[in-house]
Design a protein around this ligand. Structure first.
Ligand SMILES: [Zn+2]
Length: 74
């Protein structure tokens, strides 16, 4: 893990998981630090609490998408 690079150049976050159109989880490709966007669009550390919130968000979002598909099918 190249954490020195992070403290010099900053983290290199990549999207690790799409939660909704606005909420995503990010992981630094060097030190593996995880971040997420909250409801206000701010980047915050991905704590176990937010992991849980995101998984709920994702399932709610998924259900919404499904409903949209069903309407479109009609
Ligand atoms: Zn990093």
């Amino acid at each position: 893990m190249n954490t020195i690079q992070c403290s010099v150049f900053g983290h290199a976050f990549k999207v690790s998981k799409d939660i909704t159109a606005h909420v995503k989880e990010y992981q630094c490709k060097h030190c593996k630090k995880q971040m997420t966007t909250n409801a206000n669009g701010n980047l915050i550390p991905l704590t176990p609490k937010f992991k849980k919130i995101n998984s709920v968000l994702k399932s709610v979002h998924y259900k919404k998408e499904k409903r949209k598909e069903l309407i479109l099918d009609r």
